[in-house]
Design a protein around this ligand. Structure first.
Ligand code: HPA
Ligand code: ZN
Length: 319
């Protein structure tokens, strides 16, 4: 029995496996510039975040209809459930779809077709977190928030993703203020490739309740002290860090030192179709390569439920 856990850092578009990409491409008549699934997998050699994002956005072209988004989410939920995920807080990138002429209604209703049945079908409770693309303008983010307003019953929070360097959190102050006024929860990617100052800014300017990645906090002892004191959850993604070369090798990952420092770490999969593993695979990898004890793994799983946007009753039921 895999350890029950919550997944808190998961981009639904990053769960698009090559087989499903080709199936959807065929269904929708969208040409893909790869001979087949093996050739596509060959392209999964990333040198940094941007090299991954280029392929991630390119492959989204196959997602066109509500049923495509439903099939994508259902496939993820089945895989996650098999690896012990009991609760998933799922990011999606509406701007990447709106830019291709796919409407907010198609994306949210499509995802909801799978999420709405997930507890019953997979035993996985879910939340949706709408991410803004930080390499787009603040005005575009604000327009996206407005476009999502009819769907806020299905969206729990907002996040910030895409190319980090040169796009500090403060650029999105107003849109996070507006999201807060609408009752939305707040997270942001910070300190993946960007400097520790972006983590501080995400906390101080955007008021985030969790930091996605947060890896580079280790470069700033005062920031680590603050994150420990305030028990700010970090959603780490070890296999992602290796594939995007944020760490040289999994054996060098700072997770054990971060746990020793008292940081509230969680382990997640980010974009599992591209980075070589789902949530349970990430747990297995840190156990096998970093030598984390069973007790440490249980701490990570406990942290994941604690850091989730669940109320106390839901948290007890999920664990
Ligand atoms: N980082 C930033 N943006 C992203 C990622 C990531 O790992 N995956 C999908 N969008
Ligand atoms: Zn991410």
């Amino acid at each position: 029995m895999p350890l029950p856990k919550a997944e808190l850092h998961l981009h639904i578009e990053g769960t698009l496996e090559p087989e499903l990409a080709f199936e959807l491409a065929g269904r929708n008549g969208v040409p893909l510039p790869y001979a087949g699934t093996d050739a596509l997998r060959e392209a999964y050699r990333f040198t940094d975040l941007q090299s991954f994002l280029n392929l991630y956005y390119e492959l989204m072209a196959v997602l066109r209809t509500e049923q495509d988004f439903a099939d994508l989410a259902d496939a993820y939920l089945a895989r996650a459930a098999a690896q012990g995920v009991r609760h998933a807080e799922i990011f999606f990138d509406p701007q990447a779809h709106l830019a291709r002429g796919v409407g907010m209604d198609t994306v949210v209703e499509g995802l909801w077709r799978a999420l709405g049945r997930s507890e019953e079908k997979h035993g996985v409770s879910t939340r949706l977190i709408m991410c803004f693309l930080r390499d787009e303008t603040a005005e575009s983010a604000m327009r996206t928030l407005r476009a999502a307003q009819p769907y806020l019953g299905r969206i729990t929070g907002v996040g910030l993703d895409s190319a980090e360097t040169g796009h500090p959190p403060a650029k999105f102050r107003e849109v996070y203020e507006a999201a807060t006024a609408l009752g939305l929860r707040r997270v942001a990617h910070a300190g993946e490739e960007g400097p520790p100052e972006y983590i501080t800014e995400a906390l101080d300017v955007l008021g985030v309740e969790r930091v996605d990645h947060g890896l580079r906090c280790t470069e700033d002892p005062e920031l680590v002290e603050r994150l420990v004191r305030d028990r700010v959850p970090l959603t780490l993604c070890p296999l992602s860090n290796v594939r995007l070369r944020t760490v040289d090798a999994l054996a060098d990952h700072p997770l054990p030192a971060m746990l020793d420092a008292g940081l509230m770490c969680t382990v997640n999969s980010d974009d599992p179709a591209y980075f070589g593993g789902y949530a349970g695979d990430n747990f297995d990898a840190v156990r096998d390569t970093l030598g984390l004890s069973e007790e440490r793994l249980r701490d990570l799983a406990r942290n994941s439920f604690h850091a989730a946007f669940l109320d106390d009753d839901e948290e007890r039921r999920a664990r």
